[in-house]
Design a binder for this molecule. Sequence first.
Ligand SMILES: Cc1ncc(COP(=O)(O)O)c(C=O)c1O
Length: 796
Amino acid sequence: SEFTTSRLLDFVRSVAMATTNMYNYSIEKLRTDEFPHLKNSVYVDHAGATLFSKSQIDAVHQDLISNLYGNPHSHNTSSKLATDTIDQIRYRLLKFFNTSHNEYSLIFTAGCTASLKIVADCFSFSSDKKHPEASGVFCFLDDNHTSVQGMREVFAERCSGIFCLDENELKTAIDSHLPVDTTESGSKHQLSNGEASSSVDLQSTPQSLLAYPAQSNFSGKKYPLEWIKQVQEAGLNLSGSRNKQTASERWFVLLDAAGFVSTSRLNLSEIKPDFVTISFYKIFGYPTGLGALLVHKRAWNTLSKQYFSGGTVAMSTAKERFHVFRDTLHEKFEDGTLPFLSIISLRHGLDVINKLAGGMDKISEHIFAVAQYFHHNLQQLHHGNGNPLAQIYGDIDFQSPVGQGGIVTFNLKRSDGKFIGFAEVDKFAQLHDIHLRTGCFCNIGACQRYLNLSSKLIKDNFAAGHVCGDNVDLINGLPTGAVRVSFAYMSTIADARVCLRFIADSFLEQPTAIPTFPDPVWYRSSGGDTVDVQVVAEKVAEKINGISEKNVSSKENGVVNGFHRAINKGEITAASVSKTCSETVRKVTDICLYPVKSCGAFRVSEWEMCSKGLLYDREWVLVSDTGVVIGQKREPRICLLSPCIDLSRRKLILSFPGASSFELPLDQEEEFDAMASLCTNKVCGDRVNTFDCGDAVSEWLSKNFETSGIRLLRQQSDDARTSKLKDKDNINTDDIDKPKLSMANESQLLLLSRSSVRGLQKKMVEIKDVDDADDTRLPTAPADITEDNLMLRFRG
Ligand SMILES: Cc1ncc(COP(=O)(O)O)c(C=O)c1O
């Protein structure tokens, strides 16, 4: 578990290599200048959606207010301008992928999923529509996005077989002469439709389709692009005998490039998939809701379309079934009015990729350097007893951007080897303003493979109430999903370090020392681009090892310069909290309620309980002008709003520093009935029926928070929200058995032990002393933090 010299050398060498040669230092300034919306947040969910830059949005704004763009279907000059600009952008996009109109047709769609759906709806499994019985098969890699998996349901009616293959099976089917296991127990799974038709009409040719992702959205693994040509030329061996492509069979390949194109150059002059699907927001963040389907000319005739619409026909008649599609493929498939302003905005996204980030090759290397830094450091983290903290998913060694994109997916484990649920990691991350992704990321195939989830187990879990995207993270101690950290061109080593620091501080148990995460600036200062990586690695290893041994042997407490920081015994970690709690004798010392959700506490010595917990607790909530609930994570100043309840005068009294207080009747529901508008708001994922408390309090709140449009809402008395209690196996129980809830997060009461408060207080005081903390965003602890007043700072 400790750093041995040779392990350390390997580690430092590879990090040094990537950071010196690939990391783009100029991005650090760019991140500050171009991403003001990031503020202090650490955003590492780029595989979900990446971020737009300021210059891009400024340029879009400038473009749209300087030019008059009209509906491309009209014939006036503004329409012509829109049509010509779209043509230009189509041309530029094809060039971006190193191809042209002569080879590929680019169809604008609503996104990658919409592109996949066009292929699902229109791909012909036979070259002759009149002889659909001569049909080919559909094969897809298990590590595909759900949007690819869904194609099988549409194809089920039209093709002669559906196969879901894992990587080895696909490799075997591509290049081996060995028979592939086609039995039920073999994991190559023929999903439906049984046998190929026996009465193949020789006039028609069966057409088969293979779909795989260029980069897994689960692990970031890049799959071989050579497969494309191999499959197009020789087909797949699915039956045990070499199924060489002959005149009577053709294979086509769909490359889902949604993940790949955001971190790598897709060069369509080198590889020529028949179909390529992408979403633009994954490359440069804006606009959303726009993607493309690129179709190679080889496959133009495989798409057969029935629906026609405005823009897609050359002519049609109303009373007779007569229509003729437009000539070019994109005209035939782009139904309705194109999202022309969004398409026009794309060119500013393309500019950003080149001007700000130095082009796709540089981006690819930069992202890899950051991801590799995160991966290697995460891999080094071990609990005090020597057990690793993280189980990282992926089959490759993270050595080069050729095989790996900017994604690291993992689960954390406690020192006894038990898994820590991803929802727990997510909640802790949110408290640190770190935005990551948890669950299966719409890739159940990869989830099944890496987490060993059988189809039966998934169905059993579903029957017990677990659905995609919920918070049921462990069932019988085993993970139902994972944690994904993904980087983009504006990510920096500092982002990776903040994530690592958070993981180490929150989840490492009793470490002899916590590694601080080296700032790669050393490598640069040791020689910049011309650095001899081997020499630097040795120097750095020597330095780390020296200090590490010193720390371990002397078992010093306190802050130590260099790479390791010893831990004080009282320091709070998730694990230490639960341990302490289980050993404490419990006695209630304080009762706090939070009448307005997430705002200040109201402390009482005794209080009445109602069917939803403490009477009036979290019955009110603040919402923004868009109706979204305001929490302290987004607007920390709401803790300054102190509500108090005067039962004798039947008033809710709101106070704000420096302002006169505002009183509302507790029995407002009746009194305000006539003017209160009823609303439904989302609180902690639930729809809650509320009513608006009126304009006067809204004005008072908006004035004090210097933000217009803040409203105060109150839960309707008959709202039937119930607690999120789960049974011991983490499964939801029936709603009727559950306690009713106000707008509290998960249950009626939150019990807080004095020892946790004490631990937190101690930690906050220590923050001031830690001068080498990686996370410079940590607030310095206010001088007046006492155990007692800290109690009042917990949010309801
Ligand atoms: C590899 C991959 N394919 C397809 C999709 C679906 O893309 P969209 O939701 O933009 O349609 C995603 C989205 O995350 C993805 O990562």
